[in-house]
Write a protein of this length. Sequence first.
Length: 511
Amino acid sequence: FDNASQDQLVATGLPAGPGAASGHISFTAANADALAQQGKKAILCRIETCPDDVKGMLASEGILTTRGGVSSHAALVARQMGKVAIVGASAIRIDYEKSILTIGDHIFKEGDMISLDGTTGKIYAGAIATQDSEVQRVLNGDLEPDESETYQIFDTIMQWANSYRRLSVRANVDTPEQNNLAVRLGAEGIGLCRTEHMFFSGERLDIVRAMLIAVEANERKQAAMRLLPHQRDDFYQLFISLQGKPITIRLIDPPIHEFLPHDPSAKLNLAERLGLPYDIIQARVANMEEANPMLGHRGVRLGITHPEITKVQAHAIFEAAAQAIAEGVEVNVEVMVPFVAFQEEFDAQANIINRIAQQVMDYRQVQIPYKLGTMIELPRAALTADQIAKSAEFFSFGTNDLTQMCLGMSRDDVGGFLPTYLNNNVLQHNPFSSIDNIGVGALVRIAVEKGKLARPDIKTGICGEHGGDPASIKFFHDVGLDYISCSAPRVPVAILAAAQAAIEEENSNET
């Protein structure tokens, strides 16, 4: 912000997407999109977000939620998009029916102006002027490097850091545009491409929903095949953008509740789009509801029960790679199977992926270099990493879920007690922001040690949000990971922290 007055400060929440944004309050994705098309700036205000809101999130300058933590849907998607975000602002009450937002004695209506500081979590009434940093303006091409002393200092520090760090730094991105920004900021590839994030809007969301609620395998296969051209083009564009830099593509891992329609209007809209009676949609959605979806039918479990989904994604990856290679573009692809707890789960999916990779290579008469690995996000996977490493060529630690599983804390509900824990020194920091070295860190260390015993050349990295936290990065350096991956805006901080960890280790060895 150019000049934020404390008189305008009305509430605070958890900072989830750095930067500053001002805009008109919008309570629906459709309204936010409509405002953007009118050339107006919107702030999407929701109790919590779901995939139905993604179009509005894309159109908005910032996102504000009253629930959720720094690893909630709103926070993760906002950081992927590079959007300003504040989550878990529990002092705020949103009434969708009345279209009002209440903060103490302050009542805001839809259309009123509000401002968010996603770096501090502060929420201000009214509009506050904003401007990009000089570094961002240079990276965007709006300012020449030699016209900005600030950028020259930034560039010098990045060069120094790159000369010292051991850890490679990648970014968690899903689109060529996000990748281009990450590369300009210093990223050396994509450490996590969440394929389900490619399905969050428009026709694709309807196709995924049709695939998930299908009863018959043939019905599910037809829906999956409709995704193939979309997914293939997505991967092709990413390969072109990367120009040989590595990309880790995670197979679809949707907690199913995030993709299913919940309110009657959304179910009716889906029924109309799919040409099915509303009662059938209602029944199928009800049949798929889970008591604990984060531990439910997701990740590798979805791929095993519905192998046609894995087959289509594998075809999309390798057909896109073959096309890029045929055009003279180097491809360096790593396929990641998520939510694995048992070696047998990984092997079942690996058999499908390897078979399809070979089919594509035979048909296209091309060799595609690729690796198969898994995300370590379950305690059992960490404790039995030596077994999984017999089959997996790399580990990527999903520390968001690993923290939830290890601590028994929901990242979306931790706001109810975390402030008290911090104030009373039960915890020294938010474990979803900075890794719990003693508990969660022990699982990481065990997995790295066991993995390397079974496969000495195994590649290890981290793709959770801790990949952008300096204190966590020092731990990942010390434990011997090969790379860290974080959201694009955090890449410079990750590069600097990786260098500091290397220098600290060097100084310690000298003494």
